[in-house]
Design a protein around this ligand. Structure first.
Ligand code: ZN
Length: 274
């Protein structure tokens, strides 16, 4: 779709004032945003207009920044994101925000499956969980991520409940940006949501019967997670619990529906519905 575009001649986008000279490295991997198809409710509903209302955060899972850039900009890489924040906090733009970058892949949130069409994607240079220990994000890098998120959220009026990690929208196959990501720090700047795990009881695990599990699954669906309500602690449910914990209770990510996790789910729903 984009092979015939002369990337080098594309003008520098004016989306954000945070971009410095030379930090526009255009990718060939993009296309037009499409009206999003909503899978929930009675039949598919086409949104009347294309809308940018979700911010999706990733880690690159690459050993170096250069390798990440290669994947994110070339036809061989076949993927892209709007921005990359390197290890030192440099912000690089690769796709104009008006275009659809290719970062979410097979995903789902709040009944929508084409997350690329409604989102802006930020890749953060980090080796990811391929190593035994996920390397922490650096201070300068996290500061740059925060500034960029603040800028995007403000310009597009993105609701805090739609600032998400890749693992939230693809819990069956993704772990990024991982349990080390500072969601609490972002939330202090009004970006995304954060709960207080410490005030939410212990990690004891109740023996959830079918009705209670259905109740919990319904709550995850109401938050936005792509999940079938089965009344069973099936593989997908464990993956969604794991993704939720990675985001909101990173001190213990085990996929178990313990009391603390259940209370945090209730807290998050209260905030979203308020
Ligand atoms: Zn990702």
């Amino acid at each position: 779709m984009s092979e015939d575009i002369d990337v080098s001649s594309r003008p520098v986008p004016t989306d954000t004032a945070l971009l410095k000279d030379g930090d526009w490295l255009p990718s060939v991997n993009f296309n037009d945003r499409r009206p999003t198809v909503n899978l929930s409710g009675s039949g598919a509903i086409q949104r009347p207009t294309v809308k940018i209302d979700l911010l999706l955060l990733h880690y690159t899972a690459t050993p170096t920044n250069d390798y990440a850039l290669q994947l994110l900009t070339t036809p061989e890489g076949g993927v892209s994101s709007h921005y990359l924040v390197d290890g030192r906090g440099r912000i690089i733009q690769m796709v104009a925000e008006k275009h659809r970058a290719w970062h979410a892949g097979e995903s789902e949130w709040a009944g929508e499956a084409d997350i690329n069409s409604c989102s802006i994607g930020i890749e953060i240079q980090n080796q990811g969980a391929a190593l035994t220990r996920l390397p922490a994000y650096g201070v300068a890098q996290m500061a740059a991520v925060t500034e960029l998120c603040a800028d995007i959220v403000k310009r597009h009026k993105i609701h805090p409940k739609r600032v998400l990690g890749h693992s939230d929208v693809a819990p069956h196959r993704k772990q990024d940006p991982g349990a080390h990501f500072d969601w609490a720090g972002l939330a202090r700047r009004g970006i995304g949501l954060w709960l207080d795990p410490e005030s939410s009881g212990d990690n004891a695990c109740p023996d959830l019967q079918e009705a209670l599990l259905m109740d919990l699954q319904n709550k995850f669906v109401a938050i936005g997670y792509g999940l079938e309500v089965t009344g069973e602690l099936d593989q997908r449910t464990v993956q969604v619990i794991t993704a939720f914990q990675r985001h909101y209770r990173p001190s213990r990510v085990d996929g178990k529906p313990d009391f603390q996790t259940i209370r945090l789910v209730d807290q998050l729903l209260d905030i979203i519905k308020a």
